[in-house]
Design a binder for this molecule. Structure first.
Ligand code: HEC
Ligand code: HEC
Length: 314
């Protein structure tokens, strides 16, 4: 009898402890300051369209069922990373949970407004095979406002804040300072890069390719392909960020956590080498005369002497 009552009290108490620690406490304690990088819905003049109203349409139509609005460190190609302070004025937030469609955090400006409109009216017209539903039933005004909203996504986030390593890799924390103190390798020296190249060839080239272009023999079997590390994009990586990426691998992909395999010294050598890769980035061809013109092949003069097998006459 009492055992039953005690059990009930225990269950109710547990329930309230969970609600308290996962809902009530964070509500009080988690108060991020505005980062100044949140979306600005006022840059589009009211006479053109109302991005704030567009936001309500985004909520109403349930775009967040398929689209997220948060970029994580492993999200290459989705634009600048987000911080908690970016969402201060976002109520209700549109983080979303499923990425049936791509992340829209920094969608603004990626395509012209006309493209966005055509895509919303008939996704298959601009993206063959798309499974996004058509929103052609929206009124002209709704459509304009929604496109204005899409075009303001990420308008205050600049690429400069794109890549920063987590705190424990930065000299702002004791761990980061210990890491910097243990850095015996000069990551700008050719010697270190050379040492790194050896380690790279042995451990990384199978996936990343000998020149880091992501075309190693293993790449074909990987669902998430290794990136082309010679792209211009990687010029912005700091030493700490390279070190962090190599050390912790990339969650959800076959990129290993090298901190369990290689010593810190070896990883710094790798950083020195990886930093030299972006120098030989791909060339973009803007005009025809930039194309490599094939050398005219010099055919041998077809004289009797050259053509016929020698008979030892000379
Ligand atoms: C059923 C899931 C689904 C819903 C709901 C949905 N989308 Fe999509 N969306 C997708 C998929 C899948 C793609 C990728 C294919 C494509 O581009 O059409 C996509 C692509 C997009 C893109 C292009 C992104 C890019 O950079 O390529 C935009 C913008 C977009 N959706 C906006 C919206 C908006 C706004 C809404 C709400 C009115 C919405 N979506 C509702 C699934 C969805
Ligand atoms: C088993 C295959 C595999 C091996 C071996 C491997 N990688 Fe990777 N690596 C990957 C894949 C796949 C990704 C891409 C993850 C993603 O989609 O973001 C990646 C990502 C990376 C990144 C992050 C790139 C970015 O966009 O920030 C770095 C840096 C990197 N690898 C360096 C290395 C180094 C250095 C080694 C060797 C010590 C190595 N990798 C070995 C598969 C591999």
């Amino acid at each position: 009898m009492y055992g039953y009552r005690l059990g009930a009290i225990g269950i109710v108490t547990t329930f309230f402890i969970i609600i308290f620690s996962t809902v009530l406490m964070p509500m009080v304690l988690f108060q991020p300051k505005p980062s100044g990088r949140g979306n600005d819905y006022d840059v589009i003049p009211a006479s053109v369209a109302d991005a704030k109203r567009g936001r309500q349409i985004y909520v109403r139509e349930g775009c967040f069922y398929c689209h997220t609005q948060f970029t994580r460190i492993q999200d290459r190609g989705y634009g600048p990373l987000v911080k908690e302070g970016d969402y201060v004025y976002e109520t209700p937030h549109q983080l979303g949970t499923a990425r049936t469609g791509p992340d829209l955090t920094n969608e603004g400006g990626r395509f012209p407004g006309q493209w966005q409109k055509a895509h919303l009216i008939q996704p298959r017209a601009v993206k063959p095979g798309s499974i996004m539903p058509s929103f052609s039933y929206l009124s002209e005004e709704d459509m304009n406002d929604l496109v204005a909203y899409i075009q303001s996504l990420g308008n205050k986030r600049t690429v400069t804040a794109f890549v920063t390593a987590p705190d424990e890799y930065l000299p702002t924390t004791p761990q980061g300072r210990a890491l910097a103190a243990g850095k015996t390798v000069d990551t700008n020296s050719d010697a270190a890069a050379n040492a790194g190249r050896g380690i790279y060839t042995q451990n990384c080239a199978a996936c990343h390719g000998l020149e880091g272009r992501g075309n190693g023999p293993n790449a074909i079997t990987l669902e998430k392909k290794p990136p082309n590390l010679t792209r211009d994009y990687y010029k912005q990586y700091s030493d700490e960020f390279w070190f962090y990426r190599v050390s912790e691998g990339v969650v959800g992909t076959r990129m290993p956590r090298w901190n369990e395999i290689l010593s810190p010294e070896q990883r710094w050598y790798l950083v020195a080498y990886l930093k030299t890769l972006p120098k030989d980035h791909e060339e973009t061809v803007n005009s025809l005369d930039q194309l490599n013109v094939a050398e005219p092949v010099k055919l041998p003069v077809m004289s009797h002497e050259v053509y016929e097998p020698h008979h030892g006459k000379e």
